[in-house]
Design a protein around this ligand. Structure first.
Ligand SMILES: [Zn+2]
Length: 136
């Protein structure tokens, strides 16, 4: 256990600095991924330092969607929407007021609020599953 205590003090990898595709305001890194906060140490105790460092690295590196757009760690759902759209062929989805095509989907993924993004992801996941597509 002493070993883990020491490694929480170890220098962290530098975050990637690629800009996020979404230009909406971002709220900043969650406390449980921010070294020095009590939430960070609680999380480290819960999942282990190596696992937490890995999660922090994933968060800081962000995600790249199937179209090559880079999304920060906070924009996981936006990235997922683009990836799901790719599998559907970016159709118009009237229920979401989303027009057809990659340009419309990308604008939607970049600009719509986070609650609507999560709803859209669930909607598209249901649609894909109803067509027999298995999703991770
Ligand atoms: Zn972002």
């Amino acid at each position: 256990m002493a070993e883990e205590t020491v490694s929480t003090q170890a220098p962290l990898p530098e975050p990637e600095s690629r800009p996020c595709t979404s230009s909406l305001p971002h709220v900043g890194i969650p406390g449980w991924l921010d070294p020095g906060t009590s939430d960070y140490y609680k999380q480290a105790a819960r999942v282990g330092v190596q696992e937490l460092l890995q999660r922090r690295r994933v968060y800081l590196n962000g995600f790249t969607d199937s179209r090559g757009n880079h999304w920060c760690g906070q924009c996981f759902w936006r990235c997922r929407l683009m990836d799901l759209g790719e599998r559907l062929g970016y159709p118009a989805l009237d229920g979401l007021r989303l027009a057809a095509g990659t340009v419309a989907w990308l604008r939607y993924a970049r600009e719509v609020g986070v609650v609507r993004i999560e709803d859209a992801v669930r909607f598209v996941e249901r649609l894909l599953r109803s067509r027999g597509v298995s999703l991770p």
